[in-house]
Design a protein around this ligand. Sequence first.
Ligand SMILES: [Zn+2]
Ligand SMILES: [Zn+2]
Length: 376
Amino acid sequence: MSHKKPPINWPLTIFFTLTPLLAVVGTIWLITNHAIPAQTWWLAAILSLLSGLSITAGYHRLYSHKTYKTCWPVDLYFALFGACSYQGSVLEWSTDHRNHHRYVDTPKDPYNINQGFWHAHLDWILHLDHSTRDFSNVEDLIQNPIIRLQHRFYPYIAAFMCFGFPTLVACLWHAPLSGFIVGGLLRMVANHHATFCINSVCHVFGKRTYTLEQTARDNWFTALFTWGEGFHNFHHQFSADYRNGIRWFHFDPGKWMVATLRYLGLAHDLKRVDDETILKYKLRAQAAALTNQPEESFPAIRAAHQTLLTKLTTLKELKTRYSELKTQSYLTRMQNTKDAATETLRNYKKQIRESQKELKALYEAWLISIEAVTGP
Ligand SMILES: [Zn+2]
Ligand SMILES: [Zn+2]
């Protein structure tokens, strides 16, 4: 089915064409004139971090997906430094993003990858018709006065935070033009295209680890310049989780920032999906990927899959029972029956460890049985 594109949005098209040109030409000109002091590069780097994390941890994980709760000073920070990224107001960003998740890969997805890589990357913005946004899916965010104010005065806040602020700061070392071009324009353009890569690159290149039912892919390389957003298959399957990279070695500064906010007492109610559910989806995706394999290999694989699922359920039950008992034991400890409670808890912990060990061995055997039919 072909979809007629809305007419071109000229102001946005001119903006997204001229800004990269001015940023590159301006930076080269300043370099050749030795007019970029080291402080300006530092300013650009720090602003990249502050504004990039406001999109990742703020616009995306807090406002679009509500994966944790926070307080007004953090809202204020995200409202100001999110605007510094020049990617629209929280309300505009979140309404589009919630539609992306709800209608992913269909014509109602604003950055639908099935309309092409370029469409998903930038072209959808060049044809953006602001009048078609109804904001009905962000009613919850409209209740927040800081978000409402940011939306109302967005053009002024964004112009000041993105361009005025770095220019003023660079006046401290008498290089306002370098602040405007490097700390403002160049940083903004780099941040734009890094974010846009999530909608384009992460829907084309990478692994579909947790679901084959949509185009989103895990791409660790993209995570390196998007403050951790590259693990996009995980994110589409578990969008309520405040993390994107779940392993300790996954580069996810967005997750680290939210955890730091919690440590400082500025965030609470962080949502995360339990390990057993995540593994269950991983197994399901691995099994689904085998559909093209010869039918005779299925019974053994199906049996191994079933054993793993049973083991996972047992482990999950054990963990639930353990945490229930832990709460109870706190109460019983008050009544001086500490020893019995501690012993029961120790027993459960031992069973959990054994169950985890068994599960690990079964999972390794499962991977070998898959490789036997698909090849490594
Ligand atoms: Zn998302
Ligand atoms: Zn996506």
